[in-house]
Write a protein that binds this ligand. Structure first.
Ligand SMILES: NC(=O)c1ccc[n+]([C@@H]2O[C@H](COP(=O)([O-])OP(=O)(O)OC[C@H]3O[C@@H](n4cnc5c(N)ncnc54)[C@H](O)[C@@H]3O)[C@@H](O)[C@H]2O)c1
Length: 358
């Protein structure tokens, strides 16, 4: 593959993961930009790129063919539309934007652009997810009745007091942050059935008062004691889909759960087999009934290094899409659909009843 010049917009926590995966996967990071110039300089120095002084100058860089947008969610739409207007290929971090209307404006910009858009929904690219998809698509799981998707941290609120925990900047808490990955992966594995109704409950217990929150480490930290926490830190949702499938999502940034009593990952309950995997794990567990007995199996997945392998696979798909050799690993339309379901989630949690997905 010809080397693709990449510009990185937003040089915070996830940007260096992008930069490393991109450099391993046939991209060259050419330029970095962040509203905090020191962050752009630090990432640029680390990867041998230059730091741009504005979004416009990054987009005008002659060697930037593709852009990754990894800024807080309230800035996604602005940066994404600017990149697409400049005809750059775009890898846009999840969640797509704050609202469905913003997603619509990004989709419209993508329609007009010579650049193509791939959503940053990296969990799909994990080896275990790929293996589970193979089991579903080859018919080995049979008709799916239930998917249970779980991502529960005992203490893992990101950037407490900053944009992650400020609804006007993030769109919400753990559901739009982590739950959107679980929702996406469950729907992707199920062949993207239409979600008809959502019933959701959300709690906000651990993030406030900010000074009282205890955790050993914090993504996007340290906490800002005088900051804002007005989002949910735990949520449960039931999605009823066309065709009878239900998807249960259990997600938390913080929860009092005894160690080891519940496993994160996805559990697929089908007519022929049941499948469980941790998204970035190295094995997939399954059970089938044969001659009246239940047979359990554990399959090692390849490549086994879950997190790095998933990021590399995401960038390989992005590179193939840019080269005209394939479709995006996750489409703009899917990013928009996730936003519709997320909006129904928040409406349901606020009203305390089931909501039709519009
Ligand atoms: N795919 C994943 O697993 C994953 C993991 C973490 C974060 N994310 C997503 O990546 C994005 C960034 O998350 P993060 O954890 O890196 O956050 P972060 O807070 O660590 O980094 C965000 C960066 O954006 C910069 N920024 C803020 N406002 C800006 C603006 N107006 N213009 C330019 N730069 C601006 C900040 O200075 C900061 O350096 C979010 O959309 C988040 O949901 C995805």
């Amino acid at each position: 593959m010809t080397e693709i010049g990449l510009g990185i917009v937003g040089c915070g926590g996830i940007a260096s993961v992008h930069a490393d995966a991109a450099q391993r996967s046939g991209f060259r990071v050419v330029s970095c930009w962040d509203s905090h110039a020191d962050r752009a300089h630090a990432l640029a120095a680390k990867v041998g790129a230059t730091a741009s002084t504005s979004l416009e100058s990054l987009l005008a860089h002659p060697s930037v063919n593709a852009v990754v947008v990894a800024v807080p969610t309230d800035v996604h739409a602005h940066c994404a539309k600017a990149a697409l207007a400049a005809d750059k290929h775009l890898l846009l971090e999840k969640p797509m934007a704050l609202t469905v209307a913003e997603c619509d404006s990004i989709c419209a910009a993508a329609e007009r652009s010579k650049g193509r858009l791939q959503m940053g929904l990296v969990c799909r690219s994990a080896s275990a997810s790929q293996h589970a998809l193979h089991l579903v698509r080859s018919g080995q799981v049979g008709q799916l009745d239930f998917i249970q998707a779980r991502g529960v941290r005992r203490r893992g609120i990101p950037g407490l007091g900053g944009w992650f925990t400020t609804r006007s900047r993030s769109g919400g808490g753990c559901m739009i942050d982590v739950g959107v990955h679980l929702m996406d992966l469950a729907l992707h594995l199920a062949g993207w059935p239409r979600v008809l109704r959502v019933s959701a409950c959300a709690a906000s217990r651990f993030g406030s008062p900010i000074a009282a929150y205890r955790s050993a480490e914090m993504w996007g930290g340290p906490p800002r004691i005088d900051g804002t926490f007005d989002v949910e830190d735990a949520a449960i949702a039931l999605l009823r889909c066309e065709g009878g499938l239900s998807i249960e999502i259990d997600v938390a940034w913080a929860a009092n759960i005894p160690e080891g009593v519940a496993r994160d990952g996805l559990l697929l309950r089908g007519a022929k087999a049941g499948v469980h995997f941790e998204i970035f794990g190295s094995e997939v567990r399954s059970v089938v009934e044969r001659d009246g007995d239940l047979h359990d199996e554990v399959t090692a997945v390849q490549p086994p290094h879950g997190w790095d392998a998933a990021w590399d696979a995401q960038y390989r798909r992005f590179g193939q899409m840019i080269g005209g050799l394939g479709e995006p690993a996750a489409t703009a339309q899917e990013g928009r659909d996730l936003q519709r379901i997320t909006a129904a989630f928040y409406e349901s949690a606020a009203l305390g009843r089931e909501i039709e997905v519009r």
